[in-house]
Design a protein around this ligand. Structure first.
Ligand SMILES: [Zn+2]
Length: 273
């Protein structure tokens, strides 16, 4: 039998948890979850719309996202799958299976894997929007500008280069999420598109492909001059991510480097009138 004091503790805990979430309400929030070697990002608009970009290599992201549902009732407004590699997709399947999902954005490339097949089964009956560079999606007061791919569903030798890449624009705050896009693709991003939406310099550069050498595009970072460079990367991962020189370059350019392997989940609260 559950004792009265245990129930009391539970009620107090839930009240405090909800108070914490309520305090943040009305502010723009980005969380880059610590999911080890992989990507899972949550964006919450001031209107309490939830956007999830990628779902990590396991169900850790699902557990993180679940904490947001105290006031969201298991609803995600938009899910973006950048590309079907297993370190980006797992928790998205769980979300699609257990929550209500407003719509889904992905690049329907050919790729054989069980989790990707499951994803395709799961999105049946969900509104699917296929977007390419130049398309803009509004979610609450956030504007999501697609900067990649230039061609939907195009076969790539390297599936990383099919990554749906998004510039998040909220008032004069902008953040760039490039999935695992390698340099050979990111150098083809239309800078006119970026210039059109970025006020001044970029606030957040979500470093593509966990800081790998092949994704390190020094020209792009120099051009964008981001204030903060965020890496989602697993501690002591077998790929030797991130590349040492990439980190040095970012620091030399004055970008504050933040890494999930060093500080866990990274949270950014944006206050704008
Ligand atoms: Zn990855």
């Amino acid at each position: 039998m559950i004792s009265k004091s245990l129930i009391y503790i539970l009620v107090v805990y839930l009240a405090l948890k909800s108070f914490g979430i309520m305090q943040d309400k009305g502010k723009f929030l980005i969380k880059v979850f610590d999911v080890g070697q992989g990507d899972a990002i949550l964006i919450r608009t001031p209107e309490n719309k939830l956007i999830v970009i990628d779902g990590g290599p396991d169900f850790e992201a699902d557990r993180h996202i679940d904490k947001e549902f105290l006031i969201n009732n298991c609803r995600v407004d938009l899910i973006i799958l950048t590309h079907p590699h297993s370190d980006h997709i797992k928790s998205l399947n769980r979300l699609l299976e257990r929550c209500s999902v407003g719509s889904v954005v992905y690049n329907p490339v050919e790729y054989k894997s069980r989790v990707y097949s499951r994803w395709k089964d799961n999105i049946e009956g969900v509104k699917v929007t296929l977007l390419e560079a130049g398309d803009v999606l509004k979610v609450g007061s956030a504007r999501l500008v697609v900067v990649w791919p230039t061609e939907i569903g195009k076969d790539n030798d390297n599936i990383n280069n099919s990554s749906v890449s998004i510039l998040l624009d909220y008032k004069d705050f902008e953040a760039l999420f490039l999935g695992d896009l390698e340099k050979e693709a990111s150098r083809k991003i239309d800078t006119y598109l970026l210039d059109k939406y970025i006020d001044g310099s970029l606030e957040i550069y979500k470093v593509p492909h966990h800081g790998s050498k092949d994704a390190h595009n020094l020209d792009l970072i120099t051009y964008l001059n981001p204030k903060t460079c965020i890496l989602s990367v697993g501690l002591d991962n077998k790929f030797n991510h991130p590349d040492e020189q990439a980190i040095i370059d970012m620091e030399e350019l004055g970008c504050e480097v933040r890494r999930t392997d060093q500080e866990g989940t990274i949270e950014v609260l944006i206050k704008r009138r």
